[in-house]
Design a protein around this ligand. Structure first.
Ligand code: ADP
Ligand code: MG
Length: 332
C-alpha cells in the first residue's frame, strides 16, 4: 500500500468498496446511471428536454460542524446542504459525487458517515456515482447533479415589485440547536433542546416543495447563510428592495420555549443551518403555494414584500428594526 499520493494507506479501495460502492445503488438503482462507482468516471444519462443543474458544497470540521460531531449527522448534512441548493432551483436531484478527506481510515466513522449520507440519498432517489478519498483534515465535499424542465429553473432574480416574500418552515431552530450543542446556551427543557439540536444535525431539505414552487414562485433562494444574509441576495438579483416585518418570522414552539422572543428573532435572522427556502411569489398566487406547502406538511409564511429600489428594510410592527447580526460570511 503506497501513501506517497497522500491517500490513506490502509485499504483505501476496500473502504470505498465496503462503505460506498456496494451501498450506493441501494435496493432500487436509478436506470439513468450507465456507469457508477468503479470506473474512472461516472456516465450519466440526462433526460431529453431537461437542463442539467449542478451544485457543490464543502463542510469543514470546526467550521461547518463541531469537531467530534456524530459522523452520521456529518454524512446527512453534507448531502442535505446540496439538496437544498437544488430545491432552491426547483430542480429534482439525481446523482451525487463525494470528495472525502479524512485524517484516518476509521471504519466506525465511515460506517456512520456513509449511513447518514446514503440514507438521505435513498430518501431522495439520489445515487452516489463516484468520488475520491484522501487523507488530511476532515473535509467533506459533495457535488449534486439534477434536472429541471428545459428553461424552467427557479432563479434568484425573477421577482417583481409587489411580490410577497415567504419562507418555509420555522427559522433559527438549527442555530439555536448548535448553540445548545456547543454549550453556548442551556435550557431545562430537554425535549425542546433535543428537537432544536436535531434540526441542526439532520436538516430536511425542501426538495419536493422546491419542485412544486417552480412555475408558481417568481424567485427563490435557500437560506444557508441566514435570512439577513440571503434576502439581500434575492432582492439584489431581482433588482428590487425588500421590506420585512420581523414580527412575522415563523418561530417554532421549541425555540420559543428555550429563549425569549427577541432572542428567537435574532436566531431566525442570522442562522442559516435550517436550510429553509425564501421565495418571492405574486400575491394572487400565495394561497396556492401555501396549499402546496401544506400538502407536504410544511408551513409557508409571508414575511414581507418586494418594492422598487434596493436594499432591505427591516421593521417590527411598522417601526424600524436593526438586526444585531448579519448573515454568515467566511471571509469577513
Ligand atoms: P481514480 O484514481 O481513477 O480517480 P479512484 O481509485 O480514486 O479512481 O476511485 C475508484 C472509484 O471509486 C472511482 O469510480 C471513484 O469515483 C470511486 N470513489 C472513490 N472514492 C469514493 C468515495 N468516497 N465515494 C464514492 N465513490 C468513490
Ligand atoms: Mg480518484
Amino acid at each position: 500500500m503506497e501513501s506517497s499520493s497522500g491517500k490513506p494507506s490502509l485499504g483505501e479501495f476496500e473502504l470505498i468498496d465496503r462503505y460506498f460502492a456496494r451501498r450506493a445503488n441501494g435496493p432500487a438503482p436509478r436506470g439513468d446511471v450507465i456507469v457508477g462507482i468503479g470506473d474512472d468516471a461516472a456516465v450519466l444519462r440526462v433526460p431529453p428536454n431537461a437542463d442539467l443543474v449542478a451544485a457543490v458544497d464543502t463542510l469543514v470540521e470546526g467550521r461547518h460542524f463541531p469537531a467530534g460531531s456524530d459522523p452520521r449527522s456529518i454524512g446527512h448534512r453534507s448531502l442535505a446542504v446540496n439538496l437544498s441548493d437544488l430545491a432552491a432551483m426547483g430542480a429534482t436531484p439525481a446523482w451525487a459525487t463525494l470528495a472525502l478527506t479524512i485524517p484516518a481510515a476509521d471504519a466506525e466513522w465511515l460506517e456512520g458517515f456513509s449511513s447518514g449520507l446514503l440514507r438521505l440519498a435513498a430518501d431522495h432517489d439520489v445515487t452516489l456515482v463516484g468520488g475520491d478519498m484522501t487523507a488530511g483534515p476532515l473535509t467533506v465535499s459533495v457535488q449534486i447533479l439534477g434536472f429541471v424542465d428545459r428553461g424552467g429553473a427557479l432563479r434568484r432574480g425573477g421577482a417583481a415589485a409587489g411580490d410577497l416574500l415567504a419562507v418555509t418552515g420555522t427559522l433559527g431552530d438549527a442555530g439555536a440547536g448548535l448553540a445548545l450543542r456547543m454549550g453556548r446556551m442551556s435550557t431545562a427543557n430537554r425535549a425542546a433542546a433535543d428537537e432544536l439540536i436535531r434540526r441542526f444535525e439532520y436538516p430536511a431539505p425542501r426538495v419536493a416543495f422546491g419542485a412544486t414552487a417552480r412555475g408558481v414562485a417568481s424567485a427563490a433562494i435557500d437560506i444557508s447563510d441566514g435570512l439577513a444574509g440571503d434576502l439581500p441576495k434575492l432582492a439584489a438579483a431581482s433588482g428590487l428592495a425588500a421590506a420585512v416585518d420581523v414580527a412575522k418570522l415563523p418561530l417554532s414552539a421549541a425555540m420559543r420555549s428555550v429563549v425569549p422572543e427577541s432572542e428567537a428573532r435574532e436566531f431566525a435572522l442570522a442562522a442559516g443551518d435550517d436550510y429553509e427556502l425564501l421565495l418571492a411569489v405574486p400575491p394572487e398566487r400565495f394561497d396556492e403555494l401555501a396549499a402546496a406547502a401544506h400538502q407536504l406538511n410544511l408551513t409557508l409564511t409571508a414575511i414581507g414584500e418586494l418594492r422598487p429600489g434596493n436594499g432591505v428594510m427591516w421593521s417590527m410592527h411598522g417601526v424600524f428594526y436593526a438586526p444585531a447580526v448579519r448573515g454568515y460570511d467566511h471571509f469577513r
